[in-house]
Design a protein around this ligand. Sequence first.
Ligand SMILES: [Fe+2]
Length: 288
Amino acid sequence: MKPIRIVHLSDFHCDGSPELRTALGRLVDRAIDCDPDLVVVSGDLSADGRPAELDAVAAELERFGPIPRVVVPGNRDLVPSIGPPGEARPLPADSDLDFFLALEPALGFGFDDAPASSVAGPDGDPEVRFTNRFGRLDARFVDPRIQLVAVNSTPRLRSAELERAARRLRRTPEGALRVFVLHHGLLPVPGRKLRDGDLTGRAGDLLALLLELKVDLVLHGHIHRAHAWLVSDGHHQMVVASAGALVNDGRRDASFNEILVDGGRLEVHRRSVATGEPSILFQMTRRG
Ligand SMILES: [Fe+2]
């Protein structure tokens, strides 16, 4: 089967400033140079979800032309941020309470495959603003090589969305890579002190569920650090890859990830936006 190359971009925090727009242009140039089969953008495209910010990002992403794109929103795209740059509004402490309470019946998958997120609503609705420019909040990509499902994790993962993602993953063609995309993290990442709301609610239960669903690769943003973990429940192995950000925090340059899947081989590379140079984050040969 033909190899598949994914570029995983995240956390542009595009605020409409010429500096960030130029940096985003350079990031897209570098990503196009990778000649990807698929572009994944895992949220926080904008600083505050303003139309002008989203328009600037949409115009840059258009430059990928016919290359398929899967774009999920981040907290900043749907909820205005507060505090200094980089400090997103923390999620409410009980933001996921009813989510996993509903998980057990959800595993019965008795629901119709109805649209996850309505695009109907007032013009000022942040979800409408996002979907008008980037498509469904629960975008997916399917071909014989890959079954990718994305979910919106702001303000929390909804059980109905997760059920839908699970049903799709269970229908994955034999031999295809199963990929799950969300904005928030699932695991701590070296070099980043966790803040409230960094990880998606009940991340441990979600990891267990994704392993049960035999997901091969999780792509997320929000943490602003390029890293990849291999996690396993003893039966199945899954790579959880966090992408770097466009915003330069003064210590690290902007980056994105490039993922290559060639037969059983899976590689994750960090790509510097400044130099375009790759550095290997992770490589393995998948079993089975
Ligand atoms: Fe975020």
